[in-house]
Design a protein around this ligand. Structure first.
Ligand SMILES: [Zn+2]
Length: 345
């Protein structure tokens, strides 16, 4: 089958489309999905250069998000049939330990991600356990289904499971061009919270209005903490969603109110940040990490999708042969929403 692969550790420039063996169903609860569309995420860029503790088998198929139709099922698959339209939670736990039972798959010692620890989604077929699947709503285009799962699931855990955002609260969300930030903005609206979103691009900010963003701040031309203080009449944000890291951490803390919660699921500008411990205890902040989500959380976001909510914005769709271009656009930060690769027409 054709797949977009990384032949060796490197960068997006090294990605090539090549022939690889079709993956086989290994366990009775797995299904093989014929991929129609695959989405890419910032995570995919980090994988290209290698991650500590992860051994790849080359050529490594990249990509964590996909949507397609079930092509074959293992002997113990009861919930799904050949031909079903599905999208998938890329995170796979052992489903035998106490953490998995508590919907804490991302904390499972055997947790692994499609495209990170095991072969990814940007190929004609991918094999996943049936518990990782959700139905693609009948009226949802393949392009949106491809980009739904990772961002919506990650944002859902950050906003609900971790920050526990409540109606009437104010949430500051950095970098509205990204899929997780956009999903967080929609979830804020869903929960009855007020969102303040930032971007370096006025054009992206204008587009964020359609997502339900309440306040728009250009973080190049605006002092964000000062603006947040003004918007909240001195209270500052109840919750900050910061996936930017080094470039924004200090500003995030300056914008965080008393008893505030900061949640991060990444640091796109660098991982090392500093925090004044006096402010941490005096203001009784909660600084939280979050990654991906559990199977039950995935079913929750899938239910929202089934009812027409949280569908991602698609930046662009390219054919598999131009998959490397989607990664370049991600590396440049040029996108607004999901970059999608059409694997099969
Ligand atoms: Zn487990």
């Amino acid at each position: 089958m054709k797949a977009l692969v990384l032949p060796k550790l490197g960068g997006w420039q090294d990605l090539v489309v090549t022939d690889v063996p079709v993956p086989e169903i290994q366990r009775p609860d797995e299904v093989r999905v014929r991929v129609h569309t695959a989405g890419i995420n910032h995570l995919d860029l980090f994988i290209l250069g290698g991650l500590p503790g992860i051994e790849y088998t080359f050529p490594h198929i990249v990509g964590s998000d996909a949507a397609g139709t079930i092509e074959s099922v293992g002997s113990a698959v009861t919930d799904w049939a050949v031909g079903d339209r599905v999208m998938m939670n890329p995170g796979i736990g052992c489903n035998a330990c106490g953490l998995c039972a508590a919907d804490q798959q991302p904390l499972c010692r055997d947790y692994h991600l499609l495209g990170e620890h095991v072969p990814g989604t940007i190929g004609e077929f991918v094999v996943v356990p049936q518990g990782n699947l959700a139905r693609v709503p009948d009226d949802m285009p393949w392009s949106q289904a491809a980009g739904f799962s990772l961002a919506a699931l990650t944002a859902w855990r950050m906003m609900t499971g971790r920050a526990r955002v409540r109606a009437g609260e104010t949430v500051l969300i950095w970098g509205i061009g990204g899929g997780v930030a956009q999903a967080c903005t929609r979830i804020a609206r869903l929960l009855g919270a007020t969102s303040i979103v930032t971007s370096s691009s006025d054009e992206k900010l204008e587009r964020a209005r359609a997502l339900g963003a309440d306040h728009l701040l250009n973080h190049v031309t605006t002092d964000v903490p000062r603006a947040v203080r003004a918007i909240t009449e001195g209270r500052n944000a109840d919750v900050v969603i910061d996936n930017v890291g080094e470039a924004t951490w200090q500003k995030s803390l300056r914008a965080l109110g008393r008893g505030g919660r900061l949640v991060t699921c990444g640091g796109t500008t660098g991982p090392m940040v500093t925090t004044d411990v006096r402010k941490l205890f005096w203001y009784q902040w909660d600084l939280m990490g979050s990654t991906m989500g559990g199977d039950r959380e995935y079913q929750e976001v899938a239910r929202h999708a089934a009812e027409g909510r949280l569908w991602p914005v698609v930046d662009s769709v390219v054919p598999l042969s131009e998959g490397r271009e989607a990664f370049r656009r991600m590396a440049d930060g040029a996108q607004f929403g999901k970059l999608v690769i059409e694997v099969a027409a």
